[in-house]
Design a protein around this ligand. Structure first.
Ligand code: COA
Length: 391
């Protein structure tokens, strides 16, 4: 029996900052961002957007041709949760009218948790082939204005319906996993912005990739040559090149650079202009590959690597299904990305700072209205978050 993705959709915020604006502000050459880290733009959420609204917008697209009564679980993967207790998925469940008889919960392990949810969903579905699972990964990457991580911010959500009647991609069950306690990126409960040791994180990412790859190949018997494309977690687009050249050196030494670049470049297209989407990142990269690749990927094996700082990494794989293109929302994704509104630096800084200035004493606040798709975060009342459907 096959198990995998029946439907997948991406959603990002309607505003972006060109990284030239950050370069101008810092008096730097913008090529440090465009070429050095491979990032041109980053999505910026307005004050009335959060992971709930991003996720709900992704869910309505992914659920378009799905009978909601078959979904029995919604897993919400995020490290930008809006409540320490309540799962963000409960608001998404209500906003998108999902059935009452289902379980909803939140998953956290930095950028890894979506892949962790996927690993648990696959054997569950094989045991319950009449059911479907909705995994949503949504995040808003915040490092702080003028911080070293500022050019690697971003925002977005991926919603995936997994089932035993996949139409886009099947997953194989063997994977390689590696966990170690490292402090490369983290966000203490009292902070709104992540702390990161970027250079150390790159080292830990590569070490984890190697350990996970070794276990994956030992368990699956597959080799580098069995893959057509590779999809990596991308905290910034250039990380894909760093990761793949590292793997190539280890597992396919004679492969020409022009050849191995072809294995990863389509997966980085969305990341270059959206920025980091943390838990959604590896799936945003998969969505990018599926949407923008002019090559017919039917029957091709894809290797995926998810890395969540702290850290956990997993290498896993799947194969694209014939006819996958007819089930994608590619033109809608591309249209949304192209039609985003550019921000100047001051407006971006204003959007960014709004969250840090929200009341924490229970007093009411109404957020200013911006473009947020079909849902918006309308404000706070007595410590309660208020969400609205946009008519
Ligand atoms: N033209 C072209 N390339 C340039 C350049 C220019 N004018 N100026 C610098 N570069 C290159 C550098 O050589 C470097 O390349 P390399 O990595 O191949 O050596 C790259 O641009 C970045 O420059 P660097 O000075 O290292 O940038 P930085 O100190 O601002 O750090 C990050 C970059 C990505 C490490 C930092 O933004 C960060 O920590 N981001 C957070 C990453 C993260 O989230 N990690 C955790 C999750 S996995």
């Amino acid at each position: 029996m096959q198990v995998g993705i029946e439907s997948i959709s991406l959603y990002t915020s309607h505003y972006y900052l060109d990284l030239q604006k950050i370069a101008e502000k810092r008096g730097e050459d913008y090529n440090k961002y465009y070429t050095g880290i491979g990032q041109e733009r980053m999505s910026v959420p307005p004050p009335d957007e959060d992971v709930v609204t991003l996720a709900a917008n992704a869910v309505i697209q992914a659920m378009e041709n799905i009978d909601a009564r078959q979904i029995d679980t919604l897993m919400f993967a995020t490290e930008s949760g809006v409540d320490q207790s309540k799962a963000a998925g409960i608001w998404v469940h209500k906003l998108t009218n999902l059935p009452k008889n289902m379980r909803v919960f939140e998953l956290k392990q930095a950028c890894y948790s979506g892949a962790g949810g996927l690993a648990l969903a696959l054997p569950y579905l094989l045991q319950h082939p009449d059911r479907k699972i909705l995994i949503v990964a949504a995040d808003i990457a915040r490092y702080g204005l003028e911080s070293v991580g500022e050019p690697t911010q971003g925002a977005g959500a991926i919603a995936m319906v997994l089932s035993t009647s996949p139409k886009i991609m099947t997953f194989e069950l063997s994977s390689g996993i590696f966990t170690q306690d490292v402090m490369d990126f983290w966000r203490p409960n009292y902070r709104d912005e992540a702390l990161v040791d970027g250079k150390y994180s790159i080292k830990m990412y590569l070490r984890t990739l190697m350990e996970a790859w070794e276990q994956y190949t030992a368990l699956s018997g597959r080799r580098f040559e069995d893959f057509n494309k590779f999809v990596y977690h991308l905290p910034f687009a250039k990380m894909g090149e760093k990761a793949h050249s590292f793997l190539v050196k280890h597992a396919a030494e004679t492969l020409e650079e022009s050849e191995w670049l072809k294995q990863i470049e389509d997966a980085a297209v969305y990341q270059r202009v959206i920025g980091n989407t943390y838990a959604a990142s590896v799936f945003t990269a998969l969505q990018s590959l599926l949407d923008v690749s002019t090559e017919d990927l039917s029957g091709k094996r894809i290797g995926l690597f998810s890395y969540g700082s702290g850290s956990v990494g997993e290498f896993f794989s799947g194969a694209v299904l014939p006819g996958y293109r007819t089930h994608l929302h590619s033109s809608r994704h591309q249209q949304q990305i192209i039609s985003r509104i550019p921000l100047d630096y001051n407006t971006y800084a204003e959007f960014y700072s709004y969250k840090s200035n929200m009341p924490t004493d229970g007093s009411a606040i109404s957020t200013p209205i911006h473009k947020t798709g079909s849902f918006r975060f309308a404000g706070l009342q007595e410590h309660r978050r208020i969400y609205e459907v946009v008519r």
